[in-house]
Ligand binder design. Structure first.
Ligand code: GH3
Ligand code: MG
Length: 412
C-alpha cells in the first residue's frame, strides 16, 4: 500500500516554503554576525529568493502561467545558483558559475517555449529536472574535489549526487509515463519528488550551517589571536607560538632568538599628542616592523608599548642585524609633527636547549633594561653562556657573531 496519497502536494510545498524561510533567517543572522564570512550572504539570498518562487508555484491555477511557471522556475533556478555560489565561496572554491547560469538560462527559455507556445507539461518537467540534476551534479563534483579528507564535505557531496540522480530519474519517469497537468494533483512521482525536494532542502541547509559553523570557528580562533589595536598577534598567541618554537629547537637544533622591543618615551606621545595619536603610533610601529620581517618570523604586541619578535633559525648575531633593520624602519617617521623621530630599544636573547619561554623572556627583558639604561635607541643582547651584555651598534660584534650563511638577514 502506497503512503503517497496521504500527502497533499500543496501542504508539501508550504513545508518547503517554511523551511526556506527558516534557513533564510538563519543565514541572514550569520551574515550579520560575521560580515567577513564569505558565502553566508549568497546562501541567505538563495533561500530568500526561493520563497517568492515557491509562492508563485503554490499559486498555480490562480495566476497566469507566465508567473506561476516561467517566473517561478526562473526564481528557483537563480536561488539554486546563489546557494551553490555560497557553498563554493565558503569552501574557498574558484569554480566558475558560468555553466550554472548558462544551463539555467537555456532551461528557462525552453520552459517558456513549452509553456507559452506548446503548452506541453512533460517536456517542461524534463527540462526542469535535467537542469536541477545538472546543477546538483556539478556542485557534487566540485564538493568531492574540495573534500580533501573532510568527511562532512564528502558526505554532503554524496547526498548531492543522490539528489542529482533522483532529479534525473524524475525527468526520465515523466518521459516514459507522462505527468499530470496540475502540480497540485496527488500523484506518486510528483509527491515523491516534492518529498525529495524537502529532504534535499533540509540536508543542504543543515550541511551549509555546519560548514558555516566550522568557518566561523576558525575565523574566531584567528581573530582571538590578534590584538584589536595593532592587528598583530596578542600576548597569549605569541607566547604560545614561542613555546612551540622552543619545543622545535629541542628536536631540530636550529638556533632561535627573540627580541623584546619597547618604544622610547612613548608616554610623551600620549601626553603631547593625545591617546589617539599614541594608538596610531603603536599601529605605525607594528606595521613598520612587520614589513621588515621574513614570512616565518613571529611578531606580536606584548603589552603597552612593548612588542615581541620571535626569530626562528636565527642566532643572536642574526637577531642583532634584524634589530638594526627594524630600528631604522621605525626611525623613519615621527608621530609628533616636526618632532623627533620615533625610536625603539631592543633586548635580544638566543634560546639554549632546556630554555623555557620564561627564562628566555627574562634574559631579553634584562637586555632591554640595559638598552634603556644605555640611553635608549639601541640594542643589547644577554648571551646565555656568559650573561655578558653585548653593546650595539658594534660592527665588530656583528662580524664576530654573524655566520656567513644568513644572507637574507643582511638586507635592509
Ligand atoms: P621608556 O622610554 O622608558 O619606555 O618610556 P615610555 O614613555 O615609553 O614609558 P613606558 O614604556 O614605561 O610606558 C608605556 C606607556 O604606554 C604607558 C601607557 O600610558 C602607554 N600605553 C600603554 N598601552 C597603550 C595603548 O594601548 N595606547 C596608548 N595610546 N598608550 C598606551
Ligand atoms: Mg616605552
Amino acid at each position: 500500500m502506497s503512503i503517497f496519497p496521504s500527502f497533499d502536494n500543496r501542504t508539501l510545498l508550504s513545508c518547503e516554503l517554511l523551511l526556506a524561510l527558516a534557513f533564510a533567517i538563519a543565514f541572514v543572522a550569520i551574515r550579520r554576525a560575521h560580515p567577513t564570512l564569505r558565502g553566508a550572504g549568497p546562501i541567505a539570498q538563495g533561500f530568500l529568493l526561493g520563497i517568492p518562487g515557491l509562492v508563485l508555484l503554490l499559486s498555480q491555477g490562480a495566476i497566469s502561467p507566465l508567473a506561476s511557471v516561467i517566473a517561478a522556475n526562473a526564481l528557483i533556478f537563480i536561488s539554486l545558483i546563489l546557494f551553490c555560489s555560497g557553498i563554493l565561496a565558503l569552501l574557498g572554491s574558484t569554480q566558475s558559475l558560468v555553466p550554472f547560469w548558462l544551463s539555467s538560462l537555456l532551461s528557462v527559455c525552453a520552459i517558456a517555449y513549452f509553456s507559452e507556445v506548446q503548452n506541453a507539461i512533460v517536456p517542461r518537467l524534463i527540462v526542469i529536472s535535467f537542469n536541477v540534476a545538472f546543477v546538483r551534479s556539478l556542485i557534487a563534483f566540485e564538493l568531492f574535489r574540495l573534500a580533501k579528507g573532510r568527511s562532512m564535505v564528502r558526505l554532503f557531496a554524496s547526498f548531492m549526487t543522490l539528489f542529482a540522480i533522483l532529479s534525473l530519474g524524475w525527468g526520465v519517469v515523466a518521459l516514459i509515463h507522462g505527468a499530470p497537468r496540475d502540480l497540485m494533483q496527488s500523484e506518486h512521482v510528483q509527491t515523491f519528488t516534492l518529498l525529495v525536494t524537502i529532504f534535499a532542502s533540509c540536508v543542504t541547509g543543515l550541511f551549509s550551517l555546519s560548514i558555516c559553523h566550522d568557518q566561523v570557528l576558525s575565523l574566531v580562533r584567528a581573530e582571538s589571536q590578534l590584538g584589536p589595536l595593532s592587528g598583530t598577534l596578542n600576548r597569549r598567541a605569541i607566547e604560545h607560538k614561542l613555546d612551540i618554537e622552543l619545543k622545535r629547537i629541542e628536536r631540530g637544533g636550529q638556533p632561535l632568538s627573540i627580541a623584546l622591543i619597547d618604544i622610547d618615551y612613548f608616554k610623551t606621545i600620549n601626553d603631547t599628542e593625545g591617546h589617539a595619536a599614541g594608538d596610531s603610533a603603536l599601529r605605525d610601529v607594528a606595521t613598520a616592523i612587520s614589513a621588515k620581517l621574513r614570512a616565518y618570523d613571529i611578531f606580536g604586541r606584548f603589552g603597552g608599548d612593548e612588542f615581541l619578535l620571535v626569530l626562528p633559525q636565527t642566532s643572536s648575531a642574526g637577531a642583532i642585524v634584524v634589530a638594526e633593520r627594524i630600528g631604522n624602519a621605525v626611525r623613519s617617521f615621527s608621530p609628533i609633527r616636526n618632532g623627533p623621530a620615533l625610536t625603539i630599544s631592543i633586548g635580544v636573547s638566543e634560546a639554549i636547549l632546556g630554555d623555557y619561554s620564561t627564562s628566555l623572556l627574562a634574559r631579553a627583558d634584562k637586555a632591554l633594561y640595559q638598552a634603556k639604561n644605555a640611553g635608549r635607541n639601541c640594542t643589547r643582547t644577554v648571551l646565555h653562556n656568559t650573561e655578558n651584555l653585548v653593546d650595539f651598534p658594534s660592527q665588530q660584534v656583528i662580524n664576530a657573531l654573524l655566520p656567513s650563511t644568513q644572507p637574507d638577514l643582511m638586507e635592509s
